[in-house]
Design a protein around this ligand. Structure first.
Ligand code: 13P
Length: 250
């Protein structure tokens, strides 16, 4: 994996407190000292830390993203929610939408589509998560599921250059399991060619997510069609996160 720009996106999920901001020091130092400009680091902390992360990362080239949003475009009576405009306001440039942990809580393709449209209007770049369950995989439904999630999630969206697809097989999230290389390559290629044919967009970016760690990155990095990684658990440990980046380019 040497010839292109690779994205490393840290999804902190519901982890982290104000003190965790200090763990960024190591990563900032690494990013500043690294002359290899072939990668981009993006942190997606919980809502409560967005502001602190944005301030801390202000003078660096590390960017900040949110993990979800409410679909309503303007202010409104939605207790406990924030919309993409509010996220932009506290420094988010990216947003994860459609994560399987949210789909699991009842987030539908229709809602996901509304959120993506609104976030795009607010100039956020989208990390749009798709992926099959183990049951769907066993029943050889993977491509059908991925196609359906893409078609519904991106319905009526004309310009998809700011949408990154994160392929996250549900069965690989937090389990230590990753698809074997040929399977993964096959699914990544399927997603890319599907996007190319349906959206007439030549260069879709497809990331992989699910149990990425400093060990398995050695195999994952050789899959040339992957444009980056969405990393959960391992991204909360700065050393592991840096190791993943370093090993990708060895
Ligand atoms: P893990 O890396 O902890 O498996 O999580 C993956 C994920 O859900 C990233 O969005």
């Amino acid at each position: 994996m040497t010839n292109k720009y690779i994205y490393f996106i840290a999804n902190w999920k519901m982890y982290g407190d104000l003190k965790s901001v200090n763990t960024l020091d190591k990563v900032i130092k690494f990013s500043k000292s690294n002359k290899n400009n072939k990668f981009k680091l993006i942190y997606c902390p919980p809502y409560t830390l967005l502001s602190s992360f944005s301030s801390k990362l202000k003078k660096t080239n590390i960017e900040v993203g949110a993990q979800n949003c409410h679909e309503h475009e303007t202010y409104g009576p939605f207790t406990g929610s924030v919309n993409s405009k509010m996220l932009r306001d506290v420094g988010a440039n990216f947003i994860i939408i459609g994560h399987s942990e949210n789909r699991d809580q009842g987030e539908t393709n229709l809602l996901i589509n509304k959120k993506i449209k609104d976030a795009l209007k607010n100039k956020l770049k989208i990390i749009f998560c798709i992926g099959e369950t183990l049951y769907e995989r066993k029943n050889k439904k993977t491509h059908k599921i991925l196609a359906n999630q893409i078609l519904l999630g991106l319905k009526n969206i004309k310009k998809i250059s700011n949408v990154f697809i994160a392929y996250e097989p549900v069965w690989s999230i937090g389990t230590g399991l990753v698809p074997d290389s040929s399977d993964l390559l096959n699914n990544i290629n399927f997603i890319k060619s599907f996007i190319r044919s349906r959206f007439k967009y030549k260069s879709p970016k497809v990331l992989y997510g699910g149990s990425v760690n400093p060990k398995n990155i050695n195999d994952l990095k050789d899959i040339n069609d992957i444009d980056g990684f969405l990393i959960g658990g391992a991204s909360q440990d700065s050393k592991k996160f840096i190791d993943i980046v370093k090993k990708t380019f060895i």
